[in-house]
Design a protein around this ligand. Structure first.
Ligand code: F6P
Length: 527
């Protein structure tokens, strides 16, 4: 199946995107997908009708539709861990039963949601001014990203997100908090993650140093209820979730508690409804009209087809500043694998490097390379028609204009002829004109996609997150990998555990390589 992709990739590599628009007046509509008021435009890519057919065949050949049903219906598709994958159940507010091993999980999901709401209301109604979520990876990035994204909807206490084991993170956060008015949420699916447990202990010590009892000041969010109890957090302040919710997919459940405290249960339900609406679209729409599927196929085209190793996520929405980091975990922890589910090596590249920053800031930093560097970087733009500051509408218009300008510039480029004309208009001539003109050439014909949304609200944020989750799923199915495990993070964790006593001087660095020994020596000399 990859042979056909390689063939159309070779044919399409140099295809003129502008040429595609010239020969097809309907291209903008024909190469875009509309769903739930969002518009995903992939017309500014080299994908033509024949390429799209090959991509859709790739999806059909990989049984995307059957795998999708298997996921939604609770089959153990996370094969290396023997688990179902049911983050979709967390937003299945009124969608009927979902069974795992013959048991409906929905009563438990709805009961936990009700408990979250009661706890959130209790905190919102108390004198707590600051909530500190202590977690890392999926237990941090989701709520931290969404808290910033939805700041116009915040009417509850301030939230802070401490993740790094670097003491700077917790020290800087606690400096601004009143111990008598601060609540800690220890968010950890496993409740064993070294960074989180170290920060949680430091938070407890901070309270005690300030003469404040830890009673009632901690909430735990975890699948490991025993460890949480062991840590001294009473059961009524522990919100559990099942092992079929992966860490990077967990913002929809208890891990989203800080967000719920900030924006209130009603707005949090709107966030869930957005995710659920995208689930329904993903499950029902034909592949060619299916937004997550087409987003995935564009990704496969650029990465496995054309060999572009990275993709930039460029939200023109300042409040989505943490979205690229969130998507890095979602995409790279899910699809950064080189062994297929059947144990064979992947015959193509694994998932791409994902990176990005909000526009317009990135324009004044790294866009130079995107426009004139030697590598092609497919760009994924994102912008809302409306902002949250109607009184400053002119800002928003400029923001949109910049977003649209970038995709147009990437596609059009600027020829040497145009550059020469520009230099002549500036009064240059002869050798100097020639020299300057060359630096002002833009190769153009660089692909990008644009996701348009009406406005960034709890509901549309839910749609966007679910859209990307399903994109990752479809790409993973086509690659034949398990997108839901993360064995690649284990080795580093094990070595860090063994290096801890070496760094603190309790154990010698014997057995370590010469480089590691020298680095430890340096630390000892300067600490
Ligand atoms: O190390 C990776 C990882 O396991 C992520 O998958 C997860 O989101 C993160 O660590 C945090 O894990 P936990 O929620 O169990 O503390």
């Amino acid at each position: 199946m990859w042979g056909d992709l390689k063939r159309v990739a070779e044919e399409g590599r140099e295809r003129s995107i502008l040429g595609l628009f010239e020969t097809d007046a309907d291209r903008a509509e024909a190469f875009s997908v509309t769903a739930l008021d969002m518009l995903f435009d992939y017309s500014k890519t080299q994908i033509d009708a024949a390429t799209r057919d090959v991509l859709l065949d790739l999806a059909r050949g990989a049984d995307v539709e059957a795998r999708r049903e298997a996921m939604f219906s609770g089959a153990a598709i996370n094969e290396t861990e023997g688990r179902a994958v049911l983050h979709t159940a967390l937003r299945n507010l009124d969608g009927g039963p979902v069974e795992v091993d013959g048991r409906d999980v929905m009563p438990g999901v709805l009961d936990t949601l009700a408990r979250m709401e009661a706890l959130a209301e209790e905190v919102r109604g108390s004198d707590v001014t600051d909530v500190v979520n202590i977690g890392i990876g999926g237990s941090d990035l989701g709520p931290a990203m969404a808290y910033l994204a939805l700041s116009p909807y915040r009417d509850g206490p301030r939230c802070h997100f401490v993740s790094n084991v670097d003491a700077a993170d917790i020290a800087d956060t606690l400096r601004g908090c009143d111990p008598k008015k601060t609540l800690f949420i220890v968010a950890s699916k496993t409740f064993t993650t070294i960074e989180t447990m170290t920060n949680a202990r430091t938070a407890r010590a901070w309270l005690s140093d300030q003469g404040v009892s830890a009673d009632g000041r901690f909430i735990a969010l975890s699948s490991n209820q025993e460890e949480a109890a062991e840590w001294g957090i009473p059961p009524k302040r522990v919100l559990g979730f099942a092992d079929w919710v992966g860490g990077r997919y967990s913002v929809w459940g208890p891990i989203g508690l800080s967000l719920m405290i900030a924006i209130g249960p009603q707005a949090f339900r709107a966030f869930l409804r957005g995710g659920q609406a995208m689930d329904r679209h993903f499950r029902a729409a034909d592949l060619a009209d299916n937004m997550p599927v087409m987003l995935a196929l564009v990704g496969i085209w650029h990465n496995q087809g054309l060999g572009h190793a990275t993709r930039a996520v460029l939200p023109y929405e300042n409040r989505l500043a943490r979205l690229p980091a969130y998507l890095q975990q979602l995409e790279m922890e899910s699809n950064g694998k080189s062994v297929a589910m059947d144990g064979s090596n992947l015959p193509v590249e694994s998932g791409p490097v994902v990176w990005g920053e909000p526009g317009t800031n990135g324009q004044h930093a790294f866009y130079q390379l995107i426009h004139q560097g030697t590598r092609v970087i497919p760009c994924e733009f994102m912008v809302a028609a409306e902002g949250h500051e109607p009184e400053l509408r002119h800002h928003h218009e400029l923001l949109i204009a910049n977003c649209l300008a970038q995709s147009e510039a990437l596609m059009r480029g600027r020829s040497l002829e145009e550059a020469r004309r520009l230099m002549a208009e500036k009064g240059l001539s002869g050798k100097e004109l020639e020299r300057q003109a060359r630096h002002r050439v833009f190769p153009g014909n660089r692909p990008s996609t644009t996701l348009m949304l009406p406005k960034l609200t709890p509901e549309t944020l839910g749609q966007i997150i679910a859209l990307y989750e399903h994109r990752v799923f479809v790409e993973g199915v086509i690659l034949g990998i398990n997108s839901f495990d993360q064995w690649g993070v284990e080795l580093g964790k094990e070595l860090a555990t063994s290096l801890g006593p070496v760094v603190s001087g309790e154990r010698p660095a014997d057995g370590k390589d010469a480089s590691t020994r020298a680095l430890v020596e340096y630390v000892k000399r300067y600490s």
